[in-house]
Design a protein around this ligand. Structure first.
Ligand SMILES: C[S@@+](CC[C@H](N)C(=O)[O-])C[C@H]1O[C@@H](n2cnc3c(N)ncnc32)[C@H](O)[C@@H]1O
Length: 402
């Protein structure tokens, strides 16, 4: 007797719901062995792949499911979610809308649609689906937090703060979610700015951004920081002779690594976003990549790097004291620190509405001196554009004395 596929799928889904992903996968695959192409098994394998961060697998399985059942709302919804993870946003929006046309009251799909529309730069269109998601799940903080971000991006700061407060109320013991709501409130001027952006916020932000990061930064955002830092390094006396042991902090997809490579005998990268790191790995430029928060990883490292760079990274930290001390500690004597900050004035640091920190360059210089780093060069620069306006920054080269 061949096993009953319905029973196998039910058993698999129950394991899936309990978090036993390996057990669920085994049963779904068993279904496919007996009924190749069975769309529910493909659909659930697609969900499972997405949970594991296997975007290619999620795309493959959801495509198979949808080919067999193009009208099934769950297949359309999971296809849309996989496309959104892959950064294929217009296709994701179409699939999610098609799912909602057949099953309008699906809060997860409404939230996915809202977040995809925000990522596409249309937060106004995201408001209705996110409102609906929040109404359908009144006790859940996640849709409210997503709604708060969409309101902030569409210019409704007060509405954003109200939604963030409501998310905070419902966050319960979820410290990561509460931290994100507090951070958003602080960026909106409700409450003091924390010393840094929550790591979970930065990781989620860049995980979502990873597939589109390079196209957006080098295109619409005219991102210039890596090239500007490399030029300042060379002009301040370090020739690009592939001679240095280099660490690229917050390496992202490797745009900064590409600018640093001509200086590097060995190039290591570090980032807390696994999906940015996956893109960097594909680039094939780094000798080693580390998934970590720089504030956890750097302290206690042997003083071995000859150049530590951070391009467009320190704007996710408020108090730069710990980072500068950790950088100084990981530099070999005579080693160089090279980084950018977004420039502010007056306060040592301020959290902007765009949820990044600005730093007063004079204060950064004072902190660097306290950390034992001597000035080599400093320059004002436009780091990139945002909504068509140049983002003012400061570039630093500092050295650890011999
Ligand atoms: C705007 S991107 C810049 C990436 C790269 N340096 C470049 O120039 O293209 C900022 C990167 O810093 C990473 N990042 C931010 N804070 C970090 C931290 N505390 N530890 C490690 N990585 C961090 C983010 O995950 C993201 O990939």
């Amino acid at each position: 007797m061949p096993p009953d596929p319905v029973a196998l799928l039910q058993d698999g889904a129950a394991r899936h719901a309990r978090g036993d992903l390996a057990g669920a996968e085994r049963l779904y695959r068993q279904v496919l062995r007996h009924s190749p192409g069975e769309p529910n098994a493909h659909n659930l394998l697609g969900v499972l792949a997405r949970q594991r961060g296997d975007v290619a697998g999620a795309l493959r399985h959801t495509e198979r499911a949808l080919a067999a059942g193009p009208e099934v709302p769950a297949f359309l919804a999971n296809r849309g979610a996989a496309l959104a993870e892959a950064g294929r946003l217009p296709e994701a929006v179409a699939a999610l809308r098609a799912a909602l046309a057949r099953r309008p009251e699906d809060p997860v799909t409404l939230r996915n649609l809202g977040q995809a529309l925000c990522a596409l730069g249309d937060p106004g269109a995201a408001l209705a689906p996110l409102d609906a998601a929040a109404r359908l799940q009144p006790a859940a903080p996640e849709p409210l937090l997503a709604l708060a971000h969409a309101r902030r991006e569409s210019g409704d700061a007060e509405g954003a703060a109200a939604a963030a407060e409501a998310a905070l109320d419902r966050a319960g013991g979820d410290a990561a979610l509460a931290g994100q709501a507090h951070f958003l409130l602080a960026a909106l001027g409700h409450g003091p700015a924390p010393d840094r952006a929550p790591a979970a916020y930065v990781r989620d932000l860049f995980d979502q951004f990873a597939p589109r990061f390079e196209a957006e930064l080098t295109g619409r955002l005219a991102y210039a920081t890596p090239a500007l830092l490399a030029r300042l390094l060379e002009e301040s006396g370090t020739p690009p002779r592939r001679a240095l042991r280099v660490l690229d902090l917050g390496c992202g997809t490797g745009l900064s690594g590409a600018a640093l490579a001509p200086f590097a005998r060995r190039l290591e990268g570090l980032d807390l976003s696994p999906r940015m790191l996956a893109e960097a790995r594909r680039r094939g430029l780094y000798d080693a990549l580390h998934e970590a928060d720089l504030l956890d990883w750097l302290p206690g490292r042997p003083a071995g790097f000859e150049l530590i760079a951070a391009a467009d990274v320190l704007n996710y930290l408020g108090d730069l004291g710990p980072a500068l001390r950790a950088i100084a500690g990981a530099l070999a004597p005579g080693g160089l620190a090279l980084f950018s900050v977004e420039a502010g004035e007056g306060a040592p640091f301020a959290l902007g509405e765009a949820m990044r920190y600005r730093h007063d360059p004079a204060h950064v210089a004072a902190l660097a001196a306290e950390a034992g780093l001597a000035p080599v060069a400093r320059r004002e620069a436009a780091l990139r554009t945002e909504r068509g306006v140049p983002v003012a920054g400061a570039l630093f080269v500092l050295s650890r004395p011999r």
